[in-house]
Structure formats: C-alpha cells, structure tokens
Design a protein. Structure first.
Length: 284
C-alpha cells in the first residue's frame, strides 16, 4: 500500500486574509509568557530599576543601567521567539518575495504589539495589588495613600516622627501626610521655605514630644535625605523610561525580522532539530 505524502500548497493572495490573527496572538502569548518568566527571575535576584525599599536607593548607577539593559535583553529574546512563531505559523501564500516578507513582518509587529499590551496589563494589575496590600498592612504608622510619591520618603517620615513616648490624641496619619507634602517640595528649585521648615519643626515637636531644637535638627536631616531620595528616584525613573522605550523599539525590529525568518523557514520547509548535545543542536 502506497501512502502519498501531503505537500502544503500556497494559496493565492486574493484567497487569504491580509492579517491572520491566530499566528499573531500565538506569538504574542509566547512572547508575553517568556517576558514574564524572565522578569520574575530578575525580580527574584533584585535586578530591578525601581523599588519602594529604602535600601534600594543606595543602588549604584551601574546597577540601574544593568537593569535597564536587561529590559532590552528580555525584549530581544521574548519578542524574537514570539515573532518567529507568528511568521512560522502563518499560512503560506503565493506572491512576490517582497510581499511575503512584508506580510510576515507585519505579523511579527502584531505579535510584538499584543505582547506589549499584555505585559502592560500585567504590570498594572501587579501595581494595583501591591497598592492594596500596602494599604491593608499600613495601619496608623503606614504611608498615607493621599499623597502621591509618599512611599519614596516613607522611611524619612518614620525617622522624623519616631518617639519613645508619643503624646495622646495625636493624629499621626494626617501629620505624616502634611509632612510628606512639605518634604516633597525639597526637590524643587527653591526647596523648602523657611516658614515650612519652622512649621514642620513645630509639627514634629508636637507629634513626638521632643524639644524644639531636637525637632529642628530632625527636620533639617529629613529635608536633606528626602531631597537625595527623590533625586535618586527621579534618576531611576529616567533610566527606566529611556530603557523601556529603547526595549520597545528594539523589540519591534526584532519581531519584524524574526517573523521574516520564520516565514522563510516555513516556505523552505526548514525543520528545526529536536535533539541537543553539549555543543548545541544536532542536525540530522
């Protein structure tokens, strides 16, 4: 009995939709999953460009740059694999070589865009869950949720209002929020005004029960430390934004060329090796 081998036939251009969402979504899911795993490993070893931990502010610029470069590496690996899958799974078509490569590249870009949206949704959900966790565990001594950016100087606020015997009937939550609004102005060009310094010293003395000179020294230290913390956070935010943008652009280019490579392997019926040795894949 003779078994005929099935041979894939390229369909004509007018018989095929310009965009095939199945391969694009499959590549996007693969890219998002790989990126999530790689970012999870990076977070486990502390390779991150932002954090709310006070000790993270002492991180060097080299570590911040390395963390930003890691974003580019993740984009190259994840989007490269996702784009290749999108191009390889796309149905072959009859047409010119340039048109086929263009359509493969478009599907690689679609896989990149969908994976970018998925990662943004995951990051937004994770940020909201961390915010709710912080609000639940904050308590009266925790950072107030009414002041944006207060978590950057939360440790400075803790040291400012630290007291052995706190006066009774003290609204510490509002005091922290008010002090945070004053300390955040230290990052401006004019810094904290003299009136705000005097008021913050008075507020610190009334909340902690310490003497006025000690409260003034605490305020001066807190203002200097808060200014440095905000400056470090701003520098890290600039590095994060720049490297995230660079990673996105590199990912788009990698997705395009990876999809074109996948389409070329699809049309030439290239079979990827299924066995690996110590020095790499073993070709039959």
């Amino acid at each position: 009995m003779t078994i005929a081998e099935t041979v894939p036939v390229a369909v004509k251009d007018e018989q095929l939709r310009y965009v095939q969402w199945g391969p694009a979504i499959a590549g996007a899911l693969a890219a998002a999953a790989i990126a999530f795993v790689m970012h999870s490993f990076a977070a486990a070893i502390g390779l991150a460009v932002s954090s709310t931990a006070p000790t993270w502010r002492d991180a060097s610029v080299a570590l911040q740059l390395l963390s930003g470069l890691y974003l580019v590496l993740v984009a190259i690996i994840a989007v490269g694999i996702g784009g290749y899958i999108a191009g390889r799974l796309r149905a072959p078509m009859a047409g010119s070589v340039d048109e086929i490569e263009f359509r493969d590249g478009i599907h690689g870009l679609l896989a990149w865009a969908i994976s970018l949206i998925l990662m943004a949704l995951l990051a937004s959900a994770a940020a909201q869950s961390f915010t709710r966790l912080g609000a639940a565990l904050g308590g009266p001594m925790g950072a107030s949720q009414s002041v944006a950016g207060e978590n950057l100087i939360a440790f400075d606020l803790d040291r400012l209002f630290r007291a052995e015997r706190r006066p009774q009937n003290t609204d510490l939550t509002y005091a922290r929020s008010e002090a945070a609004r004053i300390l955040l102005t230290s990052a401006g060009h004019n810094g904290v005004s003299a009136d705000d310094r005097a008021y913050l010293a008075q507020l610190t003395a009334s909340v902690t029960g310490i003497a006025a000179p000690d409260a003034q020294r605490r305020v001066d230290t807190a203002i200097a430390q808060a200014r440095d913390d905000i400056r470090r956070a701003r520098r890290a935010a600039v590095i994060l934004a720049f490297m995230a943008g660079a990673a996105s652009l590199v990912g788009a280019a990698v997705g395009w060329f990876a999809a074109c490579a996948g389409g070329h392997h699809r049309d030439t019926k290239f079979a990827a090796p299924l066995t690996w040795g110590w020095l790499g894949p073993r070709f039959p």
